[in-house]
Design a protein around this ligand. Structure first.
Ligand code: GDP
Length: 326
């Protein structure tokens, strides 16, 4: 019989790529979606991947335990992937309580619903490299102490430890993927990579003249979301639940990432990038670089897409989208 999966946040970047991966493996894929009365289900990412009708949509909300419990009862999943969150760091200072409720407590609602309704289901919790924040070691591994620097990161840390706690307290097969930044053409345009590739495409097509950015000296370890959802799946195929860092092991400044995007279309970033102090954050995570050795050793996983390949794919996708809309 086909395996069944339930994905929260299925309409987001990672949810869409994970749904595609699981459908290709023959899973029956259910997706928990927060339906809004005016907009319905925003399934544009699923459609972009050609899986628009293939995911079984279940209405629900991470803040409503009963809705998650019902979703688990009805879908009877073998695997539950909790990808739903308020995931934008900058917004988390404007909406710290909502971020805590969705990103922190929401994860516990998922754990509780699994414990109550289907305790043998395997659980994936989307932990984040932002939990390392003001880094305590030059290269961050599963053993590196955390030091969160935003309401988002604090909420993710709570969800992370609650997942570990449910594993240890109740024997849930619950694993945490500490994923470093991962991007794609499906990344939301508020995140810096997509903001840059969309901005570069607009400038190239004469739709914009400048690109406003904040702290371009920040360094991130950027991988491709398509690679990273494969790591999520691999974690749940292991006999024992565990925590894994998922990263490329290479860190690049926003400035250099930006240069890749501009140079791909023959433009000079220095002629178009404007530094806007309003885009700096109250507390910054200056540099992140992950050590994916454990994932390689235990899961046989490694990133396969370079930053250059990913950024050029994103610029090309934004150029195609803007041309089609014109
Ligand atoms: P994050 O690592 O989850 O916060 O991912 P982001 O893509 O939002 O930000 C990555 C880094 O880019 C952070 O250090 C930001 O401060 C920096 N950055 C610089 N300019 C911008 C900008 O205009 N938008 C965003 N989102 N980030 C920016």
């Amino acid at each position: 019989m086909a395996k069944r999966a339930l994905i929260t946040g299925v309409t987001g970047q990672d949810g869409a790529y994970l749904a595609q991966l699981l459908l290709n493996k023959g899973y029956e894929v259910h997706g928990l979606v927060r339906r809004s009365s005016h907009a319905g289900v925003d399934d544009h990412r699923l459609r972009w991947l050609g899986i628009g009708g293939a995911v079984r949509i279940i209405d629900g909300n991470l803040l409503d335990l009963s809705s998650i419990a019902r979703a688990i009862q009805n879908s009877a999943p073998d695997e539950v992937y909790n990808l739903a969150a308020q995931s934008f760091v900058a917004t988390s200072w404007q909406q710290p309580l909502l971020t805590g409720e969705i990103t922190g407590l929401g994860a516990v609602n998922v754990l509780e619903a699994v414990r109550l309704m289907k305790p043998d289901a395997r659980v994936y919790q989307a932990s984040s490299s932002e939990m390392f924040g003001r880094i305590q070691e030059a290269v961050q591994s599963e053993a590196t102490p955390f030091y969160p620097r935003s309401p988002y990161a604090v909420a993710k840390l709570y969800a992370h430890w609650m997942t570990v706690n449910y594993r240890e307290s109740f024997g849930l097969h619950a694993s945490c993927g500490i994923l470093f930044n991962h991007e794609s053409p499906l990344r939301g345009s508020e995140f810096v990579t997509r903001k840059v590739t969309d901005g570069v495409a607009r400038i190239k097509l004469g739709l914009a003249g400048e690109l406003r950015l904040g702290n371009i000296d920040a360094k991130r370890d950027w991988g491709h979301a398509r690679d990273y959802v494969d790591a999520m799946w691999r974690m749940l195929q292991e006999d024992e639940p565990d925590n894994y860092v998922i990263a490329t092991g290479r860190s690049v400044t926003v400035r250099d990432m930006c240069r890749v995007a501009f140079e791909h279309v023959g433009l000079d970033p220095d002629a178009h990038v404007v530094i806007d102090p309003a885009l700096f954050r109250p507390a910054e995570v200056d540099v992140l670089i992950g050590d994916p050795a454990k994932a390689k050793r235990k899961l046989g996983w490694a990133a396969t897409t370079s930053l250059e390949e990913m950024i050029t794919e994103m610029v090309d996708a934004d150029l195609a989208r803007l041309k089609a809309a014109a």
